[in-house]
Design a protein around this ligand. Structure first.
Ligand SMILES: N[C@@H](CCC(=O)N[C@@H](CS)C(=O)NCC(=O)O)C(=O)O
Length: 200
């Protein structure tokens, strides 16, 4: 097994798989491609597209030569192989709660943060409603974190990894700092950032 990831190590989708692996204590060899320079996007070569026709990372290459793309599909596959410690839930209710938060985090936070700046370039002003929607979502998340240690259920889960990665990417690379008036969100963000897996 081999995980294809970005050479710079900052892209959010491969990072969530690396953080997941670190939390599980799983060691999967990494292979890297450059994605930072449009002139040298190694994800767009015919060779890479044989692994993933969509031309992006992460990709998990399996020992039989086949490949899986999409970060959450890769994580679900690994979770079936290595259920402990559970990061996608240990009971039917936990699994559903984590899924509920993963969908909210992707649709209401990650996509607006990731797409806001390029969309604003393509359709001037389009990033504003994206940003406002993400801020409204973070207000709700702050309220939730006022009473809960973690994003979903009572244990650290993939929802924390997903949310942390989206916010950290937003603040470092997409001009989307942590909102100033969200103390519970900040507490959760800082405690997630302090986990060794945050450096994966
Ligand atoms: N939904 C996909 C998104 C994959 C994706 O957009 N990957 C980006 C990095 S975060 C990428 O490879 N960009 C470089 C490219 O498209 O060439 C997932 O979760 O894996």
């Amino acid at each position: 097994m081999k995980l294809w990831t970005d050479a710079g190590g900052t892209a959010p989708s491969p990072r969530r798989v690396r953080m997941y692996l670190a939390e599980k204590g799983l060691e999967v060899p990494l292979a890297t491609v450059r994605i930072d320079d449009v002139e040298v996007r190694e994800t767009r070569t015919p060779e890479f597209r044989r692994r993933n026709p969509f031309g992006n990372v992460p990709v998990l290459e399996l020992d039989d030569g086949s490949a899986l793309a999409e970060s959450m599909a890769i994580i679900r596959y690994l979770e079936e192989l290595h259920p402990q410690p559970p990061l996608l839930g240990a009971t039917a209710l936990e699994r559903a709660e984590i899924e509920m938060w993963l969908r909210r985090l992707e649709q209401r936070l990650y996509i607006p943060v990731d797409w806001g700046p390029p969309l604003g370039r393509m359709i001037p002003g389009a990033e504003v409603p994206f940003r406002e929607g993400a801020l409204r979502f973070l207000k709700r998340l702050d309220t939730r974190l006022a009473e809960h240690e973690f994003v979903a259920c009572d244990r650290f889960s993939m929802a924390d990894i997903f949310g942390f990665g989206a916010l950290d990417y937003g603040r470092r690379f997409a001009g989307f700092p942590l909102p100033a008036d969200a103390p519970h969100l900040r507490r959760w963000f800082e405690s997630t950032a302090a986990r060794p897996s945050a450096h994966a």
